[in-house]
Design a protein around this ligand. Sequence first.
Ligand SMILES: Cc1cc2nc3c(=O)[nH]c(=O)nc-3n(C[C@H](O)[C@H](O)[C@H](O)COP(=O)(O)OP(=O)(O)OC[C@H]3O[C@@H](n4cnc5c(N)ncnc54)[C@H](O)[C@@H]3O)c2cc1C
Ligand code: SF4
Length: 335
Amino acid sequence: MNPFNYQRAASPEEAVHALSARGTKFLGGGTNLVDLMKYNVEHPSTLVDVTHLDFSQITTSGDATSIGACVRNSDLANHPIIRSHYPLLSQALLSGASPQLRNMATTGGNLMQRTRCYYFMDTAFSECNKRTPGSGCAAMKGFNRIHAILGASSGSSRSAECIATNPSDMNVALAALNATIHAQGPKGKRTIPIADFHRLPGNTPHLDTNLKPDELIIAVELPAPKFAKNSWYLKVRDRQSYAFALVSVAAGLELEGGTIKSAGLALGGVAHKPWRSVEAERSLIGATTGPESFKKAADLALAGAIPYEHNAFKIELAKQSIVRALTLAAQGAQA
Ligand SMILES: Cc1cc2nc3c(=O)[nH]c(=O)nc-3n(C[C@H](O)[C@H](O)[C@H](O)COP(=O)(O)OP(=O)(O)OC[C@H]3O[C@@H](n4cnc5c(N)ncnc54)[C@H](O)[C@@H]3O)c2cc1C
Ligand code: SF4
């Protein structure tokens, strides 16, 4: 690992100001950033520790809930408000990493964690548009079992610059719950809907998010809970624990009798960003719960999927996972 300076920010303004210096990065729990520094993928000259800022609270105001950016993943998953009002988020968080990692990982860091594409993580591979823009993509011709099937190619062409996936479980639940990210930069504060926070690769795959390089995440806001009684996070992975998702589904239903009043549906492990399917959600509104409406939603969510050599299995896996997650949500299953 390269040598680096460490400093603690005493205020958000100080943290943002520090970031204007070249080579500076924020440090949350360090569980992703420090790993990447050891692999020589990231080499910041200064780490600004933001975990001592006053962003470790979970509060409610009106119907909305605010989660400070420095709240640890385990505290968030186990908080009484989250467990009772947003069990989908709790379940997603508890499916991720290990208890030790969740004790360190922060909300801001989880939103910003980088892809687990093997070719990105291993600098022995020189072709990686995410690490070195313009160098190519080793995954497209390589072993691409874990890679994206949605949002990477334009139309039917294979002109994708990157087929990496966003690895976070929390982000998938936040997408289905329609969260909003609060950020602070040198010019003040702004909000970014979760749907606009993470990016598709396009021709700038080195950018994972629309957070500006000089902005600090300060909080995540959840709207009034709609899916507390009927939600499910389904994670399909190679091992039962301590593994990233091959495919995951965050499903939430608001029901009136057996009729669906509103729905939240997002997928993980299939795209460069958490893949929320608004078309699938719309198809569920007004429908009765059951295999017919759930299969229709699954087909809509996977419309346009383009597989690579080793990951075609993800299309059927994702469809079946959607039907199962919606079925469990409709049955009133919770974390
Ligand atoms: C072995 C292993 C298994 C894992 N399994 C899973 C899993 O199954 N599911 C899953 O979802 N995750 C998994 N993770 C990933 C883990 O959840 C992330 O590493 C963690 O959430 C990142 O949070 P952090 O606070 O440690 O971020 P850090 O590593 O500190 O930072 C990550 C990035 O976020 C930036 N950052 C941090 N805070 C802020 C802020 N407030 N504003 C702006 N930028 C900020 C940093 O500069 C850095 O670029 C796993 C990790 C490991 C090592
Ligand atoms: S998929 Fe993206 S991260 Fe992986 S090698 Fe290709 S460009 Fe790099």
